[in-house]
Design a protein around this ligand. Structure first.
Ligand SMILES: C[S@@+](CC[C@H](N)C(=O)[O-])C[C@H]1O[C@@H](n2cnc3c(N)ncnc32)[C@H](O)[C@@H]1O
Length: 197
């Protein structure tokens, strides 16, 4: 029963406050705890549609900053002037081309809320997740500045341990965090990776 109340609360709050999805509150909680996003930052959001993280990031980085969102699905345009969206599969995105279009060497922060299409067949899903995480990590490697922060959603699967190890190799500190806005029945967890090596 409690979880339905929770779902309803965040859903209604998102509607009232004009966020496109309740997910915005997950990123807000992460930000309140880890302070990864700063005014003036250039942020990259992977798996950005429908765009509630873009809305929150846009506010956090302010007018001096900018946000680029990438999703395989189109994200409805936002009125915020500091947000650009690109419809693309992250596995096939020319991230260096994105950097050059933005006229920057690197992003200050990368967020990733990508949810892979899962089949329910463990081996198939592990392979899909591994491929997707490989592409995301390559993107981060190429596009995040040294010292930059990375926030990524993950799921408990057979390769979970491997993901954590890869992140720890690339960042000074990695914390696993489950925001209250994340449904308690969901196995989703966020990794907050601070200080790219
Ligand atoms: C949970 S939604 C993201 C919600 C978003 N953070 C928000 O607040 O509105 C996950 C997104 O991952 C995207 N996605 C899945 N596979 C992808 C891929 N290979 N490349 C880019 N985006 C992908 C989906 O299209 C979906 O929009």
């Amino acid at each position: 029963m409690a979880r339905f109340v929770l779902k309803d609360t965040f859903y209604k709050k998102a509607k009232q406050e004009g966020f496109r999805a309740r997910s915005a509150y997950k990123l807000q909680e992460i930000q309140n705890r880890f302070h990864s996003i700063k005014k003036g930052d250039r942020a990259l959001d992977l798996g950005c549609a429908p765009g509630s993280w873009l809305q929150f990031l846009s506010e956090m980085v302010g007018e001096e900053g900018s946000v680029v969102g990438i999703d395989i699905l189109p994200a409805p345009p936002l009125s915020a002037k500091n947000v650009t969206t690109i419809k693309a599969d992250i596995r096939k995105t020319d991230i260096r081309g994105v950097l050059s279009e933005q006229a920057i060497d690197a992003f200050d922060v990368v967020t990733c809320d990508i949810a892979p299409n899962l089949s329910g067949i463990r081996e198939v899903d592990d392979a899909r997740i591994e491929e997707l995480f490989g592409a995301v990590l390559q993107t981060v490697e190429a596009a995040l500045k040294p010292g930059g922060h990375f926030i990524i959603k993950s799921f408990f699967t057979g390769i979970q341990k491997g993901i954590m190890e890869k992140l720890q190799k690339n960042f000074l500190k990695v914390s696993a965090y489950k925001p209250a806005a994340s449904r308690s029945v969901s196995s989703e967890v966020y990794y907050i990776c601070q200080g790219k090596r």
